[in-house]
Design a protein around this ligand. Structure first.
Ligand code: SF4
Ligand code: SF4
Length: 193
């Protein structure tokens, strides 16, 4: 494995470090790697890099490693890490910022990260179209796109027969306003690419 010259990487990736700090509003450089965030994270064991490692990657400008990690997608945004941080760093916001960057930059996602991103899209698309979640549409869309056509079919069928999910979407009366909100967010995202 070739050696990494951190001094060069930090210098070359100042834009990335500044962008994440600014966009997330977090004093990333204040992290002193105590690891309290990781110790409290309920899903750290499923991550490829611990939450404190992700913060360190941002400090060092390791952009590719941070944006390609599974961790930023596995993070459940529960904010346990944030409440434990002695430096008042909102790690959940950093994770969210990195997810957004990865998505906008078209990073090719693999494994669980790919499924989680697909789930987000399926969820948000039904909210965009109906002004609220349409469970059946979300499930069908997610299963089709992830090519796991019968995933959770037994649970879905049981919920359907008990009337817990509807066949026809129930639109929120303000669904058109919701669609406009999504349009506006998309315009802002395109500008920040
Ligand atoms: S708890 Fe805060 S200071 Fe400690 S490693 Fe995590 S982000 Fe850094
Ligand atoms: S917000 Fe994310 S990183 Fe922080 S504790 Fe929750 S799951 Fe872990």
């Amino acid at each position: 494995m070739s050696a990494i010259n951190l001094t060069t990487i930090i210098k070359d990736n100042q834009d990335f470090i500044k962008y994440v700090s600014g966009e997330s509003g977090q004093p990333v450089q204040q992290c002193y790697q105590c690891g309290k965030c990781t110790a409290g994270c309920p899903v750290a064991l499923d991550m490829d890099y611990s939450p404190n490692s992700i913060v360190r990657m941002v400090q060092l400008g390791l952009k590719d490693e941070a944006l390609r990690s599974q961790s930023i997608w596995i993070c459940a945004y529960c904010s346990t890490c944030t409440s434990r941080c002695p430096r008042n760093i909102d790690i959940a916001k950093i994770m969210d910022c990195l997810r957004g960057m990865a998505k906008r930059q078209g990073i090719k996602l693999e494994g669980r990260a790919k499924d989680i991103a697909l789930f987000y899209d399926s969820f948000l698309n039904t909210v965009k179209d109906n002004g609220r979640l349409y469970e059946l549409g979300m499930m069908l869309n997610f299963n089709l796109k992830s090519k796991n056509y019968l995933r959770d079919a037994d649970t879905g069928l049981a919920m359907f027969t008990r009337g817990k999910i509807k066949f026809v979407p129930m639109r929120n009366e303000n669904y058109k306003e919701m669609a406009l909100l999504f349009k506006r967010v998309k315009e802002l995202e395109d500008k920040s690419k």
